[in-house]
Design a protein around this ligand. Structure first.
Ligand code: ZN
Length: 382
């Protein structure tokens, strides 16, 4: 492939200020807005699909990621996950099986991408707030990169997620309250210890990693775009990351159209569903969130506006499912398909009867559900 890299720098999604890719960045220094990396489609359009290398990980698509050609990749073989047809459902449904990632969730893609980008900038001291899975992922990749990792988790996080983060070398602090409280604790430590905050969208390097799911899905379907992507929405990193990559693929002519997006949230914490369906520009905080899907228990995603914009651009749908429906889907997915899912992940399967029953999606349309995480860390919830 060409030596020129498509990664050009970073830009604020709010005030559009630009930043050099050599700077260590969190949010916009001018307005506090979220930063996005600039991946130049013109440079990518000089490349051909036939030039994609055979690396068995998401780094097969490194040209689409915020790295330079000489950068050392921090990888544990994440991504390159199976896309498999679900036979027990009546529709035309595929599952992108992210449970096969090194720590059992798609968070590994974001962590591998972010820690690679941060390593090239010399960052060696990371802090983040997590609902559990991202903590495990950042612990793993920090250990590979020989960086320090400190994770703040809400106290109610499953013990397996706490333990796994510790076993992989992270310092774990449990915080009373929600992810928002964990986020405030992480922020306080960042200020006092001068470490780097790798929390969702406080760092601009995670969403492109998750965006590789879009690249792999199109590649696995022979560069055909599915009609719909059904995604369980918490912080929205994967949703905006995939939408960005679908848009790039369309611009460079590798696909003819972009899919429509479906965002699924639990009924006990559905701030994006509420905002989207009432045509709002931003997301209001959800009071007293309550759900068994911990990964989706995000009362006010930082990227609210960005998520809503992506959904709108795609002509998307946002809907909620109950904890009871989620629990039932976990059992069904395991029994009928051999898919061991955690509650956050099973929310997408739980949404399908609504999407078909209420005629939002036709059964002939091609649907890809993202199975974001394995149920191995949440067996007590099965
Ligand atoms: Zn700004």
């Amino acid at each position: 492939m060409s030596q020129k890299t498509a990664f050009q720098g970073l830009q604020c999604t709010g005030c559009h200020s630009s930043y050099s890719k050599g700077e260590i960045l969190q949010k916009c220094r001018k307005c506090g807005g979220l930063l996005d990396t600039i991946i130049n489609p013109e440079i990518l359009s000089e490349k051909s699909k036939d030039e994609i290398d055979s690396t068995r990980s998401m780094w097969r698509f490194r040209d689409f990621l915020p790295v330079d050609s000489e950068d050392k990749i921090v990888s544990a073989g994440e991504g390159d996950t199976p896309l498999r047809k679900l036979s027990s459902l009546q529709g035309n449904v595929w599952v992108k099986d992210e449970t096969r990632n090194p720590t059992g969730t798609f968070k590994d893609r974001g962590a591998s991408c972010a820690i690679t980008a941060l390593t090239r900038l010399g960052v060696k001291n990371l802090v983040l707030a997590s609902e559990g899975n991202a903590g495990c992922s950042f612990a793993l990749y920090s250990q590979i990169a020989k960086a320090r990792c400190r994770v703040f988790l809400p106290r109610q996080v499953n013990s397996a997620k706490q333990e796994l983060s510790r076993k992989m070398g992270a310092r774990v602090t449990l915080v009373e309250g929600t992810i928002a409280d964990a986020g405030r604790s992480a922020e306080a430590v960042v200020k006092s210890e001068r470490s780097y905050n790798a929390s969702t969208f406080v760092t601009p390097y995670r969403h492109d990693g998750k965006g590789t799911m879009a690249l792999e899905i199109c590649e696995q379907l022979g560069w055909r775009t599915p009609d719909w992507i059904v995604y369980p929405l918490g912080g929205g990193v994967g949703l905006v990351g995939m939408w960005k990559m679908f848009s790039i693929l369309e611009k460079i002519g590798w696909i003819k159209k972009r899919p429509r997006l479906v965002a699924v949230q639990p009924a006990g914490c559905a701030p994006v569903v509420t905002a989207y369906n009432s045509k709002r520009e931003d997301v209001d905080e959800w009071k007293n969130p309550e759900t068994i899907a911990f990964g989706l228990k995000i009362p006010k995603p930082l990227a609210g506006k960005w998520i809503l914009r992506s959904l709108r651009e795609s002509g998307g749908i946002a809907l909620s499912v109950t904890d009871e429906e989620i629990r039932k889907s976990m059992g069904q997915a395991l029994k009928d398909e051999g898919l061991l899912l955690e509650p956050s992940s099973a929310a997408t399967i739980a949404a399908l009867p609504h999407l078909y029953g209420e005629k939002m999606i036709d059964r002939s349309e091609e649907v890809v559900v993202i199975a974001t995480g394995s149920g191995l860390k949440t067996l007590e919830q099965l």
